[in-house]
Design a protein around this ligand. Structure first.
Ligand SMILES: NC(=O)c1ccc[n+]([C@@H]2O[C@H](COP(=O)([O-])OP(=O)(O)OC[C@H]3O[C@@H](n4cnc5c(N)ncnc54)[C@H](O)[C@@H]3O)[C@@H](O)[C@H]2O)c1
Length: 459
């Protein structure tokens, strides 16, 4: 199959490279000339594990190419995927469809022969109808089917998610459209990935419903964490105790500083707006969004409460800035309200992140960036783990303590055994771990106590 991928960001580049790896001929298009120039030089504009190798192999095999001009790839394509951004619209939180509609107009004038135009971007219900209208208005003779194919990959595990998806959702009633997309995804049938055909509007809603449900799960366990702290329970064990029930499941039940990232916040906001447009109130999703926003803001207070005194003049070492590990994405990261809150309280903030510091500097220019966790801890009164990078799971606690001026260790991801940390002279604070509910066992045992739980807070 010949595929044109419009938009070469996290989703477009990963999807394009994976489609090429399936054997299809893929051209990735982007308006950002700098991004395309970098890709021509073999540089990957985003951090995603394994993507450099996958892109290089498929470019070498001549199945993957890059351009800023969509005319030829669209004219030649069997399927054109729209994978441009759909950020929150300023002011009202609706999905901003400017990029999607602009792409549809450009695609319309370049179409030639039967083509399936597929929306991969996360778009409100009914967007497919509007894309179809735009294309027919701009090019009345176009022989086109507009389908929806929402993407469920998670940054940091994107290639695996794309190649071994839990399901593939394709929204179109049109037989020709189903045939083309069936052929595009045929290589995945070897992995027994269920290909689910639905109406276009159903597919569009599935994506939002999935993200809203996952965001609800995270927010639920975060509230249980707050309660656990008050009643002296351990939320890790609560999560395990409920998650082992198959109807609930263990994933996305890891308490933390609140969800962030490029999808959950904007998609829950957009879903609420979509429902409002149809006169439906989604009270659960509204509560999730409100609780999560408050939680992210409350994390700075959690630090000051742990210190028990004013943070003015204190130094806080922040480990991890990206919204989750294995990505450089800072969009709506919990670190942003945390650091801003700490600065507002008069603290001095030093931070380290394995790959996110360049992006973080744009969001948080007024803090000091450090080359590693120990440099970051130098002279600090408090260390706060914000993102659970693997690099932070086995810190040399003796060395860390020696670098610090104080002894407060705040683990917003619960990746350490409290007793192990306290053994080195720290005062430990996790999330939802009541004082009487410290994990049992040898203090210097594992520092990843809850191996049965899959880390969550990710998309
Ligand atoms: N990032 C994720 O983890 C993820 C997962 C699932 C779904 N999604 C959805 O996928 C969509 C894309 O997200 P992303 O994170 O890849 O965004 P992104 O911002 O990383 O990439 C979008 C790209 O589209 C380009 N672009 C915009 N208009 C264009 C046009 N007319 N022609 C060519 N290129 C154009 C931009 O320059 C940018 O490079 C969004 O709707 C998002 O909600 C994202």
């Amino acid at each position: 199959m010949r595929i044109a991928m419009i938009g070469t960001g996290y989703v477009g580049l990963v999807s394009g490279a994976c489609f090429a790896d399936f054997g299809h001929e893929v051209t990735c298009v982007d308006k950002d000339a700098g991004k395309i120039a970098a890709l021509h030089k073999g540089e990957i504009p985003i951090f995603e594990p394994g993507l450099d190798v996958l892109v290089a192999a498929n470019v070498k095999a001549r199945r993957l190419s890059f351009t800023t001009d969509l005319k030829t790839p669209v004219a030649d394509a069997d399927a054109v995927f729209i994978a441009v951004g759909t950020p929150s619209r300023r002011g009202d939180g609706h999905a901003d469809l400017t990029y999607v509609y602009a792409a549809a107009r450009e695609i319309a004038s370049a179409l030639s022969g039967f083509t399936v135009v597929v929306t991969k971007s996360t778009v409100p219900v009914g967007t497919g109808d509007e894309v179809e209208r735009i294309i027919h208005e701009a090019n009345p003779s176009a022989d086109v089917v507009v389908a929806s194919n929402p993407e469920f990959l998670r940054e940091g595990a994107a290639i695996r998610d794309f190649k071994f998806p839990d399901r593939i959702v394709v929204g179109t009633d049109d037989e020709r459209g189903r045939k083309v997309l069936g052929d595009v995804y045929r290589p995945l049938s070897l992995n027994q990935a269920p290909l689910m055909f639905t109406k276009r509007r159903t597919a569009e809603l599935i994506k939002y419903a999935a993200n809203a449900f996952l965001a609800t799960k995270i927010t639920f366990i975060n509230e249980m964490a707050d309660l656990s702290e008050k009643v002296g329970a351990d939320v890790q064990e609560v999560a395990r105790g409920i998650g082992l029930d198959n109807r609930i499941g263990t994933k996305f039940l890891h308490a933390g500083p609140g969800f962030g990232g490029s999808c959950f916040p904007k998609d829950t906001r957009a879903l609420i707006k979509i429902a409002q447009d149809y006169d439906v109130q989604l009270r659960i999703v509204e509560a999730v969004l409100g609780v999560n926003d408050n939680r992210k803001r409350a994390m700075a207070r959690k630090v000051s409460n742990a210190v028990g005194a004013s943070l003015r003049g204190k130094t806080v070492a922040v480990l991890g800035l990206t919204f989750k590990p294995d990505t450089d994405d800072m969009r709506e990261a919990p670190s942003i309200p945390l650091v801003t809150g700490l600065l507002d309280m008069g603290a001095k903030v030093r931070a380290h992140d394995p790959v996110g510091m360049e992006h973080a500097k744009k969001e948080l220019p007024e803090i000091e960036y450090c080359g590693d966790p120990y440099e970051c801890a130098l002279g600090a009164d408090v260390v706060v783990i914000v993102t659970e990078w693997t690099q932070f799971r086995a810190l040399d606690l003796l060395r860390l303590k020696r670098e610090m001026a104080g002894c407060m260790f705040i683990d917003l991801r619960n990746i350490y055994n409290p007793l192990e940390v306290e053994y080195f002279g720290f005062t430990y604070r996790g999330v939802g771990r009541g004082a009487t509910a410290v994990t049992e066992g040898h203090p210097r045992g594992t520092n990843v106590p809850d191996v049965g739980l899959v880390q969550a807070g990710s998309e």
